[in-house]
Structures are given as structure tokens and as C-alpha cells.
Design a binder for this molecule. Sequence first.
Ligand SMILES: Nc1ncnc2c1ncn2[C@@H]1O[C@H](COP(=O)(O)OP(=O)(O)OP(=O)(O)O)[C@@H](O)[C@H]1O
Ligand code: SF4
Ligand SMILES: [Mg+2]
Length: 324
Amino acid sequence: MMGQHSILTVNNLNIVVSTPHGVTQTVNDVSFELEAGKVFGLVGESGSGKTMTCMSLLNLLPDEAKVVEGSIKFRNKDILNCSTEDVRKVRGSEIAMIMQNPMTAFNPVRNIGCHFIETLRTHLHINKHQAREMAMAYLEKMDLPYPENLLKQYPFQLSGGMLQRVMIAITMSLNPSILIADEPTTALDATNQLQILKQLDRLRNEYNTGILLVSHDLGVIAQMADEVAVMYGGYIVEKASVLKLFNRPKHPYTRALLQSRLGLTRRKEKSVKRVSVSHRNLINRETACPFIERCGDADHTCANNRLELKEYEKDHLVRCVKLQ
Ligand SMILES: Nc1ncnc2c1ncn2[C@@H]1O[C@H](COP(=O)(O)OP(=O)(O)OP(=O)(O)O)[C@@H](O)[C@H]1O
Ligand code: SF4
Ligand SMILES: [Mg+2]
């Protein structure tokens, strides 16, 4: 969409997962670009493939998952075909990730200081004293009080909100070009949530970091993102600027979401009309619209067309046969 400023370009990403019951396609034809200093929001119900997409950007997919098609370009680096060593260098210092539950990122038996200083020294050629000074400066930047004491504390001694802020301080001390934030505020209360969002916003302004923000919360996306992609069943079904998407949603799934007729938790749909039984028999699983069984606008034309994400209007893409 905004090609020349992009620092990360994901093109036609397809990921399959092998389970004891067979192989399932969990991410289908996902393409997007991330620009420096911008927030790209990814929204979609549970299981729609958001985390899988994020993990693939750092070549960190679980063993059972595999990218079978597509490309991920970070600047001129082809992430999917880099050596393990090259990807390791990119991770943390160029592309960093913060998770929903910050506790999982810390070793419970090591204090914050050990963790912070070691991370800095792994990526930067600095001595222990310099690393300590730097750690304290970044904790202060995150408005965390008494940084010297904080360095002596263990993860379990901190609240979820504080730990997430420590995590962001560690992440940002490496000055990454890209921050992947996968549900960074879901586990937090409203006050902490607001603080984290403010800090993320400040960081992108100050450091020009490009942020990929995954959230279940449409309010968070509306407040933070410049551009948004809505995922359903592993597909991006709509992609547009935040203004267009929220003011003029086109895809039936996005429209239902915004009218609160669908929750973002799987199988919590409410009053959405289901496709009729006669149409259901015509569905070709390979080519049918992924939303067909929950779509109020579905008919036979939705059952047998391989759908592409197409421009509905400039910079507004939709994957729906009725809108193309
Ligand atoms: N380790 C795994 N093994 C097998 N299947 C998996 C694994 N991780 C995820 N999946 C499946 O892949 C699909 C996509 O999962 P993913 O975690 O990307 O969803 P998500 O959009 O991040 O959901 P949530 O909002 O709940 O975090 C889901 O159907 C899930 O069941
Ligand atoms: S293609 Fe058909 S089933 Fe899919 S969203 Fe559009 S109208 Fe609904
Ligand atoms: Mg997830």
C-alpha cells in the first residue's frame, strides 16, 4: 500500500500446522507492510492466526507449524531464508516482541537486573557498569520508580503491569526498528493498560519504531493504529486505514464486529444469520469464503470462488465476492 517507506514486507504468507488429526492451514495469503513510526493493528477472533503470523516474523514458529509459501522481508533481509545466526541477530535488536504474559519472558529465579544487564551485554558491546546505568535510565523512561531497587527484585515480586513495563524497557533499550506487541495489555487492568499504550505511543514517536499491534480490543486498535487488518479463519478479510475501517467497514465480518454482533472470542457469535442448509451442501471447502457459515449475506456465489483480497477503493482492501 505505502511501499517505499516499508521496513517490513510480508507477502502471501501461508502457514500450516501438523496435528495428530492432519495438517491444517492456519495462515492463508497474509500480506501487509509495516512502516517506521507507524502502528499496524491486527485484530481477529481467537484462533484466527494472529500469533502464528507474529511468530513467523521472527522465525519462531513452534515445531509443528511451517511456512509453506510466501516471503517476509525485513529491510533487504529475507527472514525465511536467513541463516539461524542472522535471524538471531535480527531478533531483539532489530525486531523485538512483547507478549501477552510478560512473566513467561523472565526466568523466575533471576532478578530483573540480571536479566536486563545480560540482555544488553548480549547485544551491545558494553561492560557491566555501563549496562547497569543504561538499564536504570530505561526503567526511568518507563516511569518506573526506584530503578535501583527494581533491579534487585524478582519477577514474582512485581505486578503484571510493572513487569510489562520492565519488558518494554528492556525491549526498547535495544532500539529495535520493529516492535511486535501480541496482546500486550490483555492481562492488565484498565489503568495499567492505558499506561502501556501511552508508553508504546511515546516510543514510536521518540524512536520511530514501527509497531505491529495485535489486540482483541477494538478500542485499543482504534486508539493506537494507523492501519488495520482484520483476520478471520487465517485470512485477512479487510485492510484499511483505521479511519476507513471504523467509519466505513465493508466486509460482513468487520461490520458484524463493529456492530457488536460478534465477539472476538471463538464461537461466541450471537444473532448472525447462518447460511441456509441448501447452500451449505454446495460449499467447496477449498474455495469457499472462510466466513460463509456465519455470514448473513452468503449465497451460492460465496461457495465456489477462490477469494482474493482486492481493492474496494484506494487503500481499502476486502476479501468478499459481493464487494469485488
Ligand atoms: N502449537 C500449536 N499446535 C497446533 N495448533 C496450533 C498451535 N498453535 C496454534 N495452533 C492453531 O493455529 C490456529 C491459529 O492460532 P493463533 O495462536 O495464531 O491464533 P490467535 O489469532 O493468536 O488467537 P488468540 O486470539 O487466542 O491468541 C488456531 O486454530 C490454533 O488452534
Ligand atoms: S464472500 Fe459471501 S460469505 Fe464471504 S463475506 Fe462475502 S458475502 Fe459473506
Ligand atoms: Mg494469539
